[in-house]
Design a protein around this ligand. Structure first.
Ligand code: GTP
Ligand code: MG
Length: 435
């Protein structure tokens, strides 16, 4: 079965907690804080792998969790970091958040992205020594991270895509030139999900896909077509498959079909419309008068400015020529693509690209929301600091207070319009804003 969408639940590992420990030297009767810090939680990484061909497995396994970081240990030993969890997906998978925001586009073999970062480890008391506090009897808790639902979406990356009206014989063509065994039948919309086939030529190969038939209005969702047009967005070239049986009715009918097909593609996406293509007029075995077919071929060639092939997927007429033409064109397209990539790489050398860690940027944001007489502070960074504080421990609370003061949070809040004496809330922490 072929599946092109999946929804999974991921959770990165929580950070391990720091511990409180002291070491006493017998000889000099000295006390040293030696609690180790917790390890980092494992990341959830999604990786494109050529050995995975569909999203089918994500129907059966939905929950993915990376390992938590371990707690710190005495003698200032840190806890072990949690192992990252690598989820292998097919090349061409797009990862989106639950709100449909694109998180990553894994279009190349081996490319990967950290989709959920592990929680940071809490500091042990050995790392909390300060000039004021030489014997801290508190430690930080590890950062807890939340689970999230993400959507995986697979766009098939075929070299050539067969597009045409229902019943034109697209599936018959793919079954003839590759080992694919799609359903073929004498009624429209036989194909409901795309078929993929590998075509071998000369020791080399290329991938062809056959998508459900398009009809007028497909670009706006009529029929099945538009749902699958996005699958062929990255195909190097298209093959417009026309039903030669139409010639029997009236010679101009097939030209009309061609126009409607092109128009649907143009309305769907101009990039796809500009993509290179060839035309195949199928079921040529039904036309007994070859000169009529040749006449149509000429007209179509004139109109499109492309090569037009008269074929019969059923009998095999013209199929060899079609395969060779595809092979040649795909080779050209691949070379062009390589050249463009090289150019892109070269221009990258000249321009230095500065990237900002998205998480850091997110961290620095701080917003104040009024809720009745209270003010709720929304800040990833502050919320994290608060959540890592052990509220049962007086010293830890004191440390938190000092830290917030040092960060100038009070002044910042006053500048943002929070009056003195107001109640302020950060995560689980509720306090009164004072001088
Ligand atoms: N005579 C003749 N019939 C053909 C030829 N190619 C396909 N057919 C027939 O046309 C009908 C439709 O073929 P399919 O390959 O299922 O057509 P399709 O374009 O995949 O159709 P959808 O999946 O509905 O979009 C079937 O009955 C085929 O046997 C051909 O070259 N000659
Ligand atoms: Mg079909």
């Amino acid at each position: 079965m072929f599946l092109d969408e999946a929804k999974i639940n991921i959770k990165a590992g929580d950070g391990g907690s720091g511990i409180i420990s002291f070491f006493y030297t017998k000889a000099r009767g000295k006390k040293i804080a030696c609690g180790g810090s917790g390890g980092r939680g494992g990341n959830v990484i999604i990786k494109a792998s050529g050995s995975v061909s569909s999203l089918y497995n994500f129907k059966k396994k939905i929950h993915f969790k990376a390992q938590n970081g371990k707690s710190g240990m005495p003698n200032n030993r840190s806890g072990k970091n949690g192992d990252d969890l690598i989820i292998n997906v097919p090349v061409g998978t797009i990862v989106k958040s639950e709100k449909e925001k694109v998180l990553s586009d894994l279009s190349e073999e081996g490319s990967s992205a950290v989709i959920a970062g592990g929680g940071i480890g809490g500091k042990g008391n050995a790392s909390l020594i300060s000039r004021k506090k030489r014997f801290p009897s508190f430690a930080e808790k590890g950062e807890k991270v939340e689970e999230a639902w993400i959507n995986l979406e697979l766009r098939l990356i075929a070299d050539a895509a067969l597009v045409g009206f229902p019943n034109a014989g697209k599936s018959t063509i793919i079954s003839r030139i590759s080992a694919a065994k799609p359903r073929i039948a004498d009624y429209p919309f036989t194909t409901t999900i795309p078929n993929l086939g590998v075509v071998s030529v000369d020791d080399e190969s290329f991938v062809v896909t056959d998508i459900p038939g398009l009809i007028k209005g497909a670009h706006s969702g009529v029929g099945l077509g538009d749902k699958f047009l996005r699958h062929i967005m990255r195909s190097l070239m298209l093959v417009m498959v026309l039903d030669g049986q139409k010639i029997l009715e009236d010679g101009s009918e097939i030209i009309k079909t061609f126009d409607v097909l092109r128009e649907e593609i143009r309305l769907y996406d101009s990039g796809l419309y500009d993509r290179d293509y060839i035309v195949a007029v199928n079921k040529i075995d039904l036309i007994s008068d070859r000169s009529i077919a040749e006449d149509i071929k000429e007209k179509l060639e004139k109109k499109s400015g492309r090569e037009v092939f008269l074929i019969s997927a059923f009998v095999g007429t013209g199929m060899q020529d079609l395969v060779w033409a595809l092979y040649k064109k795909i080779k050209e397209c691949r070379e062009k693509l390589m050249e463009e990539k090289e150019k892109e790489l070269k221009s990258c050398d000249a321009v230095k690209i500065y990237t900002v860690d998205a998480r850091k940027l997110e961290d620095e944001k701080m917003e104040v929301r009024r809720q009745g007489n209270e003010y709720v502070i929304e800040s990833k960074k502050l919320e994290r600091i608060v959540s890592m504080t052990d509220f049962e421990n007086e010293e830890a609370l004191e440390h938190l207070k000092r830290r917030l003061k040092k960060m100038g949070i009070g002044d910042k809040l006053k500048k943002m319009g929070v009056e003195e004496g107001s109640t302020v809330i950060i995560g689980n922490l509720v306090f009164e804003l004072k001088e």
